[in-house]
Each structure stands twice: as C-alpha cells, then as structure tokens.
Design a protein around this ligand. Structure first.
Ligand code: ATP
Length: 470
C-alpha cells in the first residue's frame, strides 16, 4: 500500500475550492462509495456533510501507485476511514453526486487509517432516503428511525444527523450568548435530589446510600432558590428526567432542559417579551448561519419553511378556548388543551396571524404546578404562559408565588407533603423578589423549528420507555 507522508498539511473537504486548482492536498474522510470502471477508480470521500470525488487511474506513471495499490483501494469497504493525497483540479462538468461539484482530486497516494466491516447494519446510502421516497422507486430504500437509533453511531454520520446536531450546537451557543448579553448567569443545579423535585408520579427513584432520592424532573425549585439567593437572572442547560411511560413523538425520559428564571419589575410579560425576542432572534440566526443544514433537513422530511412574526403574538387561554369552540370543539373552559387541540389552535392562529410561533397566556390554576402565581383578579386563572411552535408546546413558564404564607397555603390546598420540599419552602421565609421564568426542551425546539417527525432525532442517544441503549 502506498504510504503518504505528512509533509502536506491536512485540508478539510469543505475548505477546498477552485482556488486550489493544481494544489497538492492531504484530506481525510470516509469511503462513501466507489465505482471501478476497469482502468479508472472513482471514489467519493465524505467528511460530515461534505463530499469530494477522488479519481485514480490504474498504472499512471505520475501516481507512483501500483496495480496492487489500485486494487487494495478499490476493495476498501465503504465507511472505512482513509487519508488521500492528491492534486486538486477543476472539473469540466459539475460532479452532481458531491457537495464539491467543481473540483476533483487526482489521487497520488493513500493511507487506510481504520477499516470498516463489509456488512453494515445500515448503509449511509439507504439512510439517505425517507420512507415516502422509498415508495417512489424500488431503487430507493430507507431506514426506519428505530433501526437508525439502534445503530446510532452509523446514523450520526448521515447528512440529516450531521445537520441536526450542528443546528443543535448553534441553538445552544445562541441561547447562552443571548442570555449572557441580557445579564443572565449560567448555573448548574443538582440532578440527584432528596424527595421528588416537583412532586407527581413521573419521577425516577434512586437509592442514595440507603436513602430515597430521585433524578430531577426540572431545575425549577433550585433556580428559584438561586433567585432568592440574589442572582437576579439565571439560566441552566442540563438534563431533565421524566418517568413518563408514554411512547409519543414528543416525549423522552431524559431530555435537555433550557431553563431561565428572572426577577421581574411589573409583570410576567417582561419574561414573555424577552423569551419571544430570544426565539425570533434565534430562528433568524439559524436560518442564516445554518441555511445549508436547514435545507438538507427540510428537503429530507419535506417540511414547509417556518413562518414567524417578529412581533409578539399572544392569545389568552380563555380566547383560545373560545376560538376552539367557534371551530366546532365542544370542551370545558378550564381543562388543558389536548395534543389535537394544540394542533388545531396552531392552524387557526396561523390563518389569523400568519405565524407558526405564538404564546398562550393565563392558563387555569387547576392545570399548573403549585408554585404558579394565581391571578388575584380571577383565581381560576394564573400568571402563566406556554409558547407554541407549529401547533405544539415548546416551552412553559409562569410567574412564581414569592410569598411564604401564600406558597404554604397552595401546597396544603394541593395535598403536597410540605416536608418533601421543606428546603424550598424555607427559602421563602427570608424574603423573595417577584420573579418568573420558563423551561423549554432543547429537543422540542429542534423538532418544531426543523419540522422533524420525532423528537428522538434531536437527541444524540435518546432515552424513551423502551430505549436505554446505545
Ligand atoms: P407536555 O404537556 O408537552 O408533556 P409538560 O407540560 O409536561 O409538557 P413542562 O413540565 O412544562 O412540560 O416542561 C417544560 C418544557 O420541557 C416543555 O414545554 C417541553 O419543551 C419540554 N418537555 C417536557 N416534557 C418533555 C419530555 N418528556 N420530553 C421532551 N421534552 C419535554
């Protein structure tokens, strides 16, 4: 096998261009495909979402590669990780199969760094087609997402997974940068806690040296305690655990929560405005910076582009109920929206306000957690809000009760055992500023921003009631 020296600096496929014509470069990647035309080998080298066609002519004096070298490269299994040395040249016709369409590489040397097995559980080619497209032609095949997730390491190499996790990184970067710009500091709260973090049945119990403990269902109580500790604006990005035994396309048992909490001046609407602006800014930034990745995903899943209004669009809970009733729903005034109702509301609001992003405020007190501030003018409702995107909830928030006695009354009224949250309750004895916040699921933002069919696509190694591996 022809070895190559390191005298040429390593280049990345994505950084090559026609400006490199005639340059000798060293590039690494995976063997995506090979076509042997007898005397010429065409090999597509893939690095992430970038591909380059490399060409080796058998027995050409300039390459110094023997027929044996030619055959060894030809026989290399797809997905092997290799390094190529070669001269870049501009092509006469665009190479339609590659992202680098105007250049190719004339191979002069190569090194196989790590070979793949021949029998791959999923091939990257078949994973590149959706179920819908499978039916269009017998040539197209597809991979069900369960099989993708069972073989996640290979699946992560696909264009869609590569695109999703670059955008995921973009979301994290933008949110953290944006919030710091508005005076928030990032905190990390414990995930192992004594007692249930928010109460309820959806909690994973663990044995903590013989004492009962659980995995945090949210950072809710701790981020509020940080506010009472006089950090005026805090946010956290961290794992959230929910023992919800439901197999839906929106729920995971472990997801990444993006939470924020802040002291307010006059009204909880200060948080609503800040978070709405954060999301509008985020979506604009993603559409610009990751336009290639967004295009890959939207064409793969055939999703319409997202429409959102730069101006805040708010519908009160009561008005949303009235809208549903006007559209034929026979429902109670104070019950929470079902998934179907949220979808229907999304369609109604889009028709009326031409936006996929809007906010519902003033949820009934009966459907919100004990720490939510009840509306003093009408105790049936609360100072709360949910943000909806493409007809589904992506985040939930509220003003919190900041008075110790009021909080204790709510706890008693809802039948919560005060001892289980004594540290939280006691914190309010020392005075708490008025505050409000939100909790959002990172995978939900990805799912609904991109229009993914399932929230699992947006988590690197998802956990659901049936999946604890890989
Ligand atoms: P839902 O009604 O959709 O189940 P929830 O009301 O239980 O959500 P919250 O407890 O308010 O949700 O959590 C805040 C946010 O966290 C939600 O808006 C959503 O973005 C995200 N989230 C909640 N549960 C899950 C889950 N099981 N998997 C993924 N994300 C979740």
């Amino acid at each position: 096998m022809q070895s190559i020296t390191n005298m040429h600096p390593l280049s990345e496929i994505k950084n090559l261009s026609t400006a490199d014509n005639q340059a000798v470069v060293r590039v690494r990647g995976r063997v995506f495909s090979k076509k042997d035309c007898g005397r010429v080998l065409f090999l597509i080298l893939r690095d992430g979402i970038d591909t380059l066609q490399a060409v080796l002519v058998k027995n050409k004096e300039t390459t110094q590669l023997s027929i044996e070298d030619y055959n060894l490269l030809r026989k290399n299994e797809n997905e092997s990780f290799i390094e190529l040395l070669g001269q870049v040249y501009c092509t006469e016709k665009p190479v339609l199969a590659c992202s680098q369409q105007s250049i190719e590489l004339a191979i002069t040397g190569y090194k196989v760094l790590s070979r793949s097995v021949l029998d791959l559980p999923i091939t990257l080619k078949e994973a590149a087609f959706t179920d819908d497209k499978k039916n269009e032609s017998h040539l197209f095949s597809s991979v069900h997402y369960v099989k993708r997730l069972d073989n996640r390491v290979l699946d992560l190499r696909t264009d869609i997974a590569q695109a999703i996790f670059r955008i995921n990184d973009g979301i994290l970067f933008h949110i953290q940068h944006y919030l710091r710009g508005y005076g928030f500091i990032e905190i990390k709260t414990p995930k192992l806690i004594g007692g249930a973090s928010e109460g309820g049945a959806d909690v994973f119990k663990v044995d903590y040296f013989g004492k009962p403990a659980c995995l945090a269902q949210s950072p809710q109580l701790y981020k509020q305690m940080a506010i009472i500790g006089d950090f005026k604006r805090v946010f956290e990005v961290g794992p959230v655990f929910r023992a919800e035994n439901s197999d839906t396309n929106r729920h995971l048992t472990e997801f990444i929560g993006v939470d924020l909490e802040m002291v307010i001046d006059q009204s909880y609407m200060e948080v609503v405005h800040l978070v709405y602006q954060l999301l509008v800014d985020l979506f604009d930034a993603l559409n610009i910076k990751y336009n290639r990745e967004v295009d890959i995903i939207q064409s793969f899943f055939d999703v319409p582009a997202l429409t959102f209004s730069p101006e805040l669009v708010v519908v009160t809970f009561a008005d949303a109920v009235a809208l549903l009733k006007a559209h034929g729903q026979d429902r109670e005034d104070l019950t929470d929206f079902s998934t179907e109702e949220e979808k229907q509301l999304g369609i109604i609001v889009k028709e009326k306000y031409h936006t996929d992003l809007y906010v519902i405020t003033g949820y009934p007190s009966s459907v919100r957690p004990f720490y939510t501030m009840v509306d003093t003018r009408d105790g049936r409702y609360t100072h709360s809000y949910d943000f909806m995107l493409r007809g589904a909830e992506i985040l939930s928030g509220a003003q919190r009760i900041d008075d110790y006695n009021m909080l204790c009354k709510r706890v008693a009224a809802l039948g919560i055992e005060p001892n289980s949250i004594a540290h939280y309750l006691n914190a309010f004895k020392y005075g708490a500023p008025p505050h409000a916040g939100v909790g959002m699921g990172l995978e939900r933002i990805l799912k609904y921003f991109l229009g993914l069919p399932d929230v699992r696509y947006g988590n690197l190694f998802p956990r659901d009631p049936k999946r604890l591996h890989p």
